[in-house]
Design a protein around this ligand. Structure first.
Ligand SMILES: [Fe+2]
Ligand SMILES: [Fe+2]
Length: 334
């Protein structure tokens, strides 16, 4: 089994999209990309928009190879919504291409354990005609020697305010992998217990939401203590998403749990390049031409300029290699 991150904070966007290739199937998990519309009072820097564009392109380039889509919940950073969004490079067509009839979709139950907003979005998917869609919550699905097991719905944080997500555990004859999705730490015992009980070879988790002003000190402490419990028991834990929205993430981790964890990008040998966390510095050091946002919002942008921007910062190669690695891996399997 091989796991390839496509879009996440350590690759410059607010996302958690990845692809898992086993001998039996190709699984794409939470196929979406997003950017914080405002952070530090600033819009995304063009470099962030370029990373979003490249991640979105990669999802669309690889989607034809995918047999199974896993949808852990319906926030837009995980779920490609069918409306026009500029920074996310999505519209109705993007939604149609990703959630198409030729795939099996294993998705968070849309009727239970979701908040109102997510239920509304989930309906787009569940009402789509002729989709092969099944409930993920508390279920197991077997494809040859590959088994996908989903947790019971667990809170997206400490309580039900933001609904629930499902954690995803994938195993084949050789190895196992667990993706927590948005459990914010984990913030709860239930979300932590699922990880400990499965004890996978590799865990990808989203970490505590320390950047968020509404998260209390007590909540942070609980989240770090759950995280420590996991890292004390499981050797290969990668952290990303919520936790990697701050610059000094590794220092705080060292203080809180006594060690630094690798970012998700490092699973595929890429040094993390956090862009949202350094948005202020990006705007200061690489000021944006005042016409950029007006032009961009009017659909005037150059694909070549985005590529060049990523090349200038030495980030372009990641997605280039990712695409060829995934395609080679799929080919080799056949
Ligand atoms: Fe979420
Ligand atoms: Fe998220």
């Amino acid at each position: 089994m091989k796991v390839y991150p496509i879009a996440c904070e350590s690759l410059g966007t607010r996302s958690f999209a990845h692809i898992v290739v086993t001998d039996d199937i190709v699984i794409m998990i939470d196929p979406s990309v997003s950017l914080a519309p405002t952070r530090f009072g600033l819009p995304p820097h063009p470099l962030e928009i370029a990373a979003s564009w490249k991640s979105r392109r990669t999802i669309l380039d690889l989607i034809d190879n995918v047999d199974v889509i896993v949808q852990t919940h319906y926030h837009a950073d995980h779920f490609t919504i069918g409306v026009e969004r500029n920074f996310e490079f999505t519209n109705r067509k993007t939604f149609e291409v990703i959630y198409s009839q030729d795939k099996i979709i294993l998705a968070k139950d849309h009727k239970h354990h979701l908040n109102f907003n997510q239920q509304k979005r989930a309906k787009w998917l569940w009402k789509k005609k002729n989709l092969d869609i099944k409930i993920a919550d508390s279920s197991e699905y077997v494809f040859g020697d590959t088994k996908i097991t989903f947790s019971d719905p667990v809170f997206h944080g400490i309580d039900s305010k933001r609904g629930c997500v499902v954690e995803t555990f994938i195993e084949d004859c050789k190895s196992s992998f667990l993706y927590t999705s948005d459990v914010c730490g984990p913030a709860t015992k239930e979300a932590t217990d699922f990880v400990l009980e499965k004890s996978p070879d590799i865990v990808i988790l989203d970490g505590p939401t320390v950047y968020h002003p509404n998260v209390t000190q007590e909540e942070k402490e609980v989240a770090f203590s759950n995280l420590k419990l996991i890292t004390d028991n499981i050797p290969n834990v990668y952290i990303d998403h919520h936790y990697l929205r701050i610059k000094n993430w590794s220092e705080i981790l060292k203080e809180e749990i006594g060690k630094v964890l690798p970012s998700f990008s490092q699973l595929n040998n890429q040094k993390p390049f956090l862009l949202e966390a350094i948005r202020k510095e990006l705007h200061q050091q690489h000021p944006v031409n005042e016409k950029f946002y007006t032009n961009f919002n009017n659909g005037i942008y150059s694909r070549e300029k985005f590529n060049q921007l990523l090349r200038d910062f030495n980030y372009y190669k990641y997605w280039l290699k990712l695409r060829s690695d995934v395609e080679l891996m799929i080919e080799r399997r056949i």
